[in-house]
Design a protein around this ligand. Structure first.
Ligand SMILES: Cc1cc2nc3c(=O)[nH]c(=O)nc-3n(C[C@H](O)[C@H](O)[C@H](O)COP(=O)(O)OP(=O)(O)OC[C@H]3O[C@@H](n4cnc5c(N)ncnc54)[C@H](O)[C@@H]3O)c2cc1C
Ligand code: SF4
Length: 590
């Protein structure tokens, strides 16, 4: 790409004077760049991947039949050796000849997103399997994220006070609430006010509506004291003040990137406006291998970069380094930043850098058909940016006898663009088509997201032998689900079955097996925040305890992850951190 080539070749050490270096351009790096550059701070943003042209690459409006295999990749096209998803999927029906394709439809492996996602042959991992989806491109995973925009609430920030497990965050919901509000206003968040303490309300734009099947399900599970509410989407439905973004037109298919940029994507929502300030320089193809450390001052001096094309090694200098490469990549960079003073990695004098890796349990869910919709006329039900969801209902005020923490379900019903349920229906010819038409408006399907407890032994380390294609040591995972998770899995399956039964669903199918670790794409932790430098990596402003001019902007400092999707919290926390940094800079403390 011309822009990538030009930028990468014109920006080199000494070609500019930067106050701050930011590593990564996803939700974290994008928000950090926006906050600092629009405040007049000179920022160099280093992104490992190339630039993206959303207008060409977001194939939002392409019809499924225009794509060979309807978006699925042929076997071997995109190596997903470790991140092999055992998702139940049948692109071509049940014919044995197509069995090899069953596992190849995944977040990492569709024809719409494959050019953004890393090739695992170049980016291997070792140790226990972890389905680690990485997008190396301007905007990172925000180019095709799922748009579920939920806040953490008091139950997350003070989880330990609630159930006695592990420790609380060193901050409370009240500390972050103003930043969630600002994120809602800046980026747009669609939703409904529900007054539920397990998932606090925000400042919402126009919500999507429940369809007929979903209204039926909502009324049914209300009898069990459970809620089913419109999804909260990181999408502007009423519009925001931005020349790069239009409002949502309710077309669905947002997972290929939204070509109207109604969906939050870091490039159009944050990076381009930041660049318009004149204070942001973006250098693509810049793979940061380590943070440079100055023994004399006990401060970071800058970062070492390997150019993704020429492989030249360059040292960029700045007063402050902000890591926003994604929780695990930022930790990898810190682990690889070894010096005489910090032989086990920068910021790791506590020994807990890499520990307390957490994410969400996924895969457990259920589906069925709601008979009242059987045989009725099809309607446009999937033209919306997210599906509704059942907020957490376990361990709110009571205590479950088998496990602590909780889970929620996301999913909806009604007519989808493609009647996938046809694969379940036997027969052929006109009788088959009649059956498909009859059931087409009636399906409902929900999947769970459960909290994986943060545990010290769930961790990443640098592999002493294996390196990636650029010679940087890869991460070795030591990560497993524990007893609490397996008990939660049982309950999730029982409860989805009960809710579908109460709703009178027919042909109920329950998925009882969790997907492999990592599949949630909500990795958090590995550089946790805390008051005590002996047991945590950063302070409550996501600044390394050990080195005062290095900050983390992504989910690495998060202490626990609740059931909520992570991105809205990354954005709010990053904004809070940047406000603190700006104050430090104003005072001359940095
Ligand atoms: C299919 C899918 C669905 C999702 N759905 C949801 C959802 O519904 N709700 C939700 O909240 N979240 C969702 N997520 C997760 C969401 O995308 C992430 O939480 C979010 O993108 C994390 O932001 P980040 O900035 O921390 O990391 P990323 O978005 O991963 O960005 C990291 C950036 O850093 C760059 N980088 C990495 N290493 C280096 C290096 N060494 N040097 C320089 N640059 C580097 C990468 O190239 C990348 O651009 C989903 C993700 C996917 C893939
Ligand atoms: S439904 Fe809205 S957010 Fe999704 S692709 Fe369409 S316009 Fe974009």
């Amino acid at each position: 790409m011309e822009e990538t080539r030009k930028l990468a070749s014109s920006i080199h050490p000494g070609s500019g004077a930067w106050d701050v270096i930011i590593v990564g351009s996803g939700a974290a790096g994008g928000m950090a760049a926006f906050q600092l550059a629009t405040a007049g701070v000179k920022v160099l943003l280093l992104e490992a991947g190339r630039m993206i042209d959303g207008q060409k690459e977001y194939r939002t409006m392409e019809w499924p039949y225009a794509s060979l295999r309807r978006g699925r990749l042929p076997e071997g096209e995109r190596p997903i050796a470790v991140a092999e998803y055992n998702m139940y999927d049948r692109p071509y029906g049940n014919h044995p000849e197509f069995a090899p394709y069953k596992k190849l439809m995944s977040y990492a492996g569709s024809t719409f997103t494959r050019n953004w996602v890393v090739n695992e042959k170049e980016h291997p991992t070792t140790g226990t399997p972890f389905a680690w989806v990485r997008a190396r491109i301007l905007g990172g995973k925000t180019n095709f994220w799922g748009r579920g925009a939920l806040r953490y609430g008091p139950l997350e920030f003070k989880a330990a006070s609630h159930d006695g497990y592990d420790v609380d965050w060193p901050i409370s919901y009240e500390d972050v609430k103003p930043y969630y509000d600002r994120v809602d206003e800046l980026l747009g968040c669609s939703g409904t006010k529900e007054g539920l303490m397990q998932v606090p309300d925000g400042i919402f734009q126009r919500p999507s509506k429940l369809n007929c099947v979903e209204v039926h399900f909502k009324r049914a599970i209300a009898k069990l004291d459970r809620h089913y509410i419109p999804g909260r989407a990181g999408v502007t439905t009423d519009g925001v003040l931005s020349k790069y973004r239009a409002r949502c037109m309710g077309r669905g298919r947002c997972g290929r990137g939204c070509d109207l940029n109604a969906s939050f994507h870091s490039p159009t929502a944050l990076i381009y406006p930041a660049r318009d300030s004149g204070h942001l320089t973006v250098r693509p193809q810049s793979i940061v291998s380590e943070v440079l450390f100055d023994e004399a001052t006990n401060k970071a001096a800058g970062v070492r970069v390997i150019d993704g094309v020429s492989r030249d090694v360059m040292d960029f200098k700045a007063r402050v380094v902000i890591l926003g490469a994604g929780a695990l990549e930022s930790t990898r960079i810190l682990l690889n930043s070894r010096s005489r003073r910090y032989p086990n990695g920068l910021g790791n004098s506590s020994g807990v850098l890499g520990c307390y890796l957490s994410e969400h349990l996924m895969g457990i869910g259920g589906s069925g058909y709601i008979p009242i919709r059987k045989g009725t006329a099809p309607t446009l039900d999937d033209g919306r940016p997210v599906a509704p969801y059942v907020p957490r209902f376990r361990n709110l005020t009571d205590r479950h006898p088998r496990f602590i923490r909780g889970y929620h379900f996301q999913g909806g019903g009604g007519c989808a663009e493609y009647p996938a349920m046809a694969h379940e229906i036997e027969g052929f010819g006109s009788a088959f088509k009649e059956q498909v038409r009859e059931w087409y408006p009636a399906p409902i399907s929900l999947g769970g997201f459960g909290e994986v407890l943060p545990r010290k032994e769930n961790r990443v380390l640098l592999d002493p032998e294996v390196k990636d294609a650029w010679g940087i040591p890869v991460l070795r995972f030591d990560y497993r689900f524990g007893d609490n998770e397996m008990k939660m899995v049982e309950d999730m399956a029982e409860q989805i079955e009960e809710m579908l039964t109460v709703a009178g669903a027919e042909n109920i199918q329950v998925r009882r097996e969790p997907l492999p670790p990592g599949w949630s794409i909500h990795e958090i932790g590995t550089a946790r925040m805390g008051e005590d430098p002996k047991t945590s990596v950063t302070d409550k402003f996501c600044r390394l305890h050990d080195v005062s001019n290095v900050y983390l902007a992504d989910a690495a400092p998060f202490v626990s992850g609740g059931t909520q999707n992570t991105t809205w919290s990354i954005l709010a926390m990053c904004w809070r951190t940047m406000d603190f940094l700006k104050e430090e800079m104003k005072r001359g403390d940095i």
